[in-house]
Design a protein around this ligand. Structure first.
Ligand code: C2O
Length: 483
């Protein structure tokens, strides 16, 4: 069994070079020396995730540009991809006469007891190896402040919203849940799962930045930053943590079209083809790994998010939760125009009608607790000005959003939005879609006498403006669902 360990426990600011990281660095130098056409080379491996190289110039049979995003395949695809990468690195280390039990460390940035872990682990910031050779774990294509040891924003690493999700996909098809909306083989469309949004997307852009965009900021370059693999090991670990909450609702989808989907990564003798169902237990072959710690990470500082799972229902007292396959949802309102997401906060209004379809029937039968979701649909653009937007519900007019964390519905991370806006063979061009469980927020608004069931105001506030440009991102519409 291989053990994936916490990178921040493998070294310190004063002494960053644990053997696990030294071997990782040496293996990367080796992979970088291999030609791009070699399926075990650094550049080939990164191109599996994404590449700007034209299809006509790909090596014969290349499995490039295949990362699954805005989809319920996001987690299993990246798990298979990491497994493939880890095997190649381990074999390379053995060939260099290193240990045969090397495993990818993970970057656990969400521990509020250890805020230093929001900084990039020191071995990734040093310009040189202890030998004096250039350090292959360092890349200049990151936000300067991150390479200088600055921390990611606390909101970039929040896990509360994701961990509080009750369903992997759903509760019904237009809603995302923890792991992503029900899609076919895809790069875009969504809706995007909570974990994929935050912390996943926020950490990408938090490391890479926007002005100019660093390697971690786009699909085509992300896997060229050695920290990518440790970030994804942590995302994979959070999947384990979510399942590990001793709550019967936390389980993987049972649908065959998820479990039987297979992905091929790499080519030649090293290629790996695995079905999703084969990678659901990491302790079994072919994966054979564990995480040194999968305890549930400290929840978000925002009381909103932490309290969310305690809210049973706004409408009904109790009920049993059926299989996610059976759940239904109903749209009860949507904004009329596109909503610009620029350098200033923007507000939009949603007129809400009482449910008249499936949500009403469900309610009459008292089938289960009711949930309310806010969807932000088809976020598209070609130029970003901010890495993400905080989304608030019914903010008092003229108020400073920061004073109203209790009204924060979620965050919209810009990672992947540009890619999802391009239409080509892999992308539909429809942009990215997000859904947020706002049941708890609505309940608080009701208690405060600030909830009008016919009308909702939604504010988008940029987290930090990273680029001095006009930008052209907008959301297609904002809608409200009862599920
Ligand atoms: Cu396929 Cu973190 O991205």
């Amino acid at each position: 069994m291989f053990e994936r360990r916490d990178v921040w426990k493998l070294g310190s600011e004063a002494d960053p070079w644990d053997p696990i990281l030294q071997w990782y660095a040496r293996a990367i130098s080796e992979l970088k020396g291999r030609p791009r056409t070699n399926p075990t080379s650094w550049r080939y491996l990164a191109a599996i995730h994404g590449t700007g190289i034209a299809r006509s110039e790909w090596p014969q049979g290349a499995t490039w540009q295949e990362c699954q995003h805005d989809s319920w395949f996001f987690l299993p695809w990246h798990r298979i991809y990491l497994h493939y990468f880890e095997r190649i690195v381990r074999r390379t280390i053995v060939d260099l006469s290193g240990p045969d039990d090397w495993a990818l460390p993970y970057w656990h940035y969400s521990d509020s007891q250890r805020p230093d872990t929001r900084s990039l682990p020191p071995a990734f910031r040093r310009r040189q190896m202890p030998s004096g050779d250039p350090n292959p774990l360092f890349v200049s294509g990151r936000r300067q402040t991150i390479n200088d040891g600055g921390r990611l924003d606390a909101t970039d690493v929040e896990t509360g919203a994701a961990m509080a999700e009750e369903f992997f996909a759903g509760p019904a098809d237009p809603i995302a849940g923890f792991g992503g909306g029900v899609t076919g083989w895809n790069h875009s469309g969504g809706p995007r799962g909570s974990l994929e949004n935050t912390p996943h997307g926020d950490v990408h852009v938090g490391v890479g930045g926007l002005n100019p965009p660093g390697l971690m900021s786009s699909f085509n370059t992300a896997a060229l930053d050695p920290i990518f693999w440790l970030h994804h090991a942590n995302i994979d670990r959070l999947w384990e943590a979510w399942l590990d909450q001793h709550n019967p609702d936390r389980r993987n989808p049972t649908r065959a079209r998820w479990r039987d989907m297979s992905f091929k990564v790499g080519q030649g003798t090293q290629a790996v083809t695995l079905m999703v169902r084969e990678v659901l237990d990491t302790t079994q072959p072919p994966l054979n790994y564990t995480y040194s710690d999968v305890s549930v990470p400290t929840l978000a500082p925002g009381a909103v998010l932490a309290a969310r799972s305690e809210v049973a229902s706004v409408f009904s007292e109790e009920g049993s939760v059926p299989e996610d396959e059976d759940l239904v949802s109903e749209m009860v309102g949507a904004s009329e125009d596109r909503v610009p997401l620029g350098a200033e906060p923007t507000e939009t209004e949603v007129a809400v009608e009482p449910p008249s379809g499936p949500a009403l029937r469900e309610e009459a039968e008292g089938a289960r607790p009711r949930k309310i979701y806010l969807k932000v649909e088809n976020v598209r653009g070609k130029e970003l000005v901010a890495p993400k937007y905080f989304v608030y519900v019914n903010l008092p007019s003229g108020a400073d959003p920061a004073d109203h964390e209790g009204r924060r519905a979620g965050q919209v991370s810009m990672f992947g939005v540009l890619e999802a806006s391009e239409s080509d063979e892999e992308h539909s061009g429809s942009g990215s879609t997000f859904s947020f469980d706002i049941t708890g927020v609505v309940q608080r608004l009701q208690e405060a006498g600030d909830w009008d069931p016919r009308r909702l105001r939604v504010t988008f506030a940029p987290a930090r403006v990273d680029a001095e440009r006009a930008g052209d991102v907008s959301a297609g519409r904002v809608s409200l669902y009862y599920a």
